[in-house]
Design a protein around this ligand. Structure first.
Ligand SMILES: Nc1ncnc2c1ncn2[C@@H]1O[C@H](COP(=O)(O)OP(=O)(O)OP(=O)(O)O)[C@@H](O)[C@H]1O
Ligand SMILES: [Mg+2]
Length: 257
């Protein structure tokens, strides 16, 4: 199927000094699918996310979203084109309420500059009201309406993760990159997370999940890419990945989570 809106990574290589972190990696991610990105610690998963969002600049290769080349765009421009992420370590602002944290996710959509939305200026006021309404809608959609006015520090880790996802979603992204969303969650929080992620899937949205929780990956993903030492070693459906001898040898075989 010709997919004109796919996110396509072609032949990227990234090194720090002499240390090769990504080695001629080619991957594709499609709208309407949840794609898993898995591999042992240090395989290059977070580095790949950093290349996608522009935090890291690969030495070679290209990144495109549909017919738009992203690889020379600065991070803020990539965010405006619809790339949104959550972080491996929860990064919420502890001074702000949950709603205000989620409002920050909409910054890229703002017309009057994101800071204005937090200042008592006329343009900022209208925008702040819109952003608040949209943030509350996202929170309700994720069943988080009840915590809208609390600060994140008082919340369990699983709920903080969901707030991060709410912030990422508030940007109305075309691509949602989630780096270990289930890290530190208990089984019931993980189930809640999976239900939320299933609910987010839509025909236009590309969802990419980096995760070590293999039950989550196998149940949630339509397709999986496997990295090992900065190289892509396999791509396939969950069933194909489970049966892939090299993946089992380097990753699934010695993992009991
Ligand atoms: N800024 C950096 N400077 C130097 N080396 C880096 C940098 N960022 C990542 N690396 C190296 O790149 C390799 C891949 O790291 P990365 O964080 O991408 O792995 P990962 O697959 O996300 O691992 P994990 O599952 O533990 O999160 C590691 O060897 C890491 O030390
Ligand atoms: Mg990582």
């Amino acid at each position: 199927m010709l997919d004109t809106a796919a996110l396509v990574v072609d032949d990227i290589s990234l090194a720090f000094g002499g240390h090769r972190v990504l080695n001629e990696v080619s991957l594709d991610f499609h709208p309407g699918q949840v794609t898993g990105l898995i591999g042992p610690n240090g395989a290059g998963k977070t580095s790949l996310f950093n290349c996608l969002t522009g935090l890291y600049q690969p030495q070679s290769g290209t990144i495109a979203l549909g017919d738009m080349r992203l690889d020379h765009m600065p991070p803020a421009t990539r965010a405006r084109t619809g790339l949104s992420r959550s972080f491996q370590h929860v990064a919420l602002c502890s001074e702000l309420t949950v709603t205000e944290n989620v409002m920050f996710g909409r910054a890229r959509l703002g017309r009057s500059g994101w800071a204005d939305a937090f200042l008592p200026l006329p343009a900022g006021r209208t925008e702040a009201a819109e952003a608040r309404k949209a943030a509350l809608e996202v929170l309700r959609r994720l069943d988080l309406g009840g915590i809208a006015d609390v600060t994140p520090g008082s919340l369990p880790p699983g709920i903080q993760r969901l707030v991060e996802i709410a912030r990422a979603i508030a940007a109305e992204p075309r691509v949602l990159l989630l780096d270990e969303p289930a890290a530190g969650l208990n089984p019931s929080e993980t189930r809640q997370l999976m239900a939320v992620l299933r609910g987010l899937a839509s025909p236009e949205l590309i969802i990419v999940v980096v995760e070590h929780d293999m039950d989550l990956i196998m149940q949630l993903c339509d397709r999986i890419h496997v990295l090992n030492f900065g190289r892509r070693i396999a791509t396939g459906t969950p069933a194909e990945i489970r049966a892939d001898p090299e993946v089992v040898r380097v990753y699934l075989g010695d993992s009991d989570d």
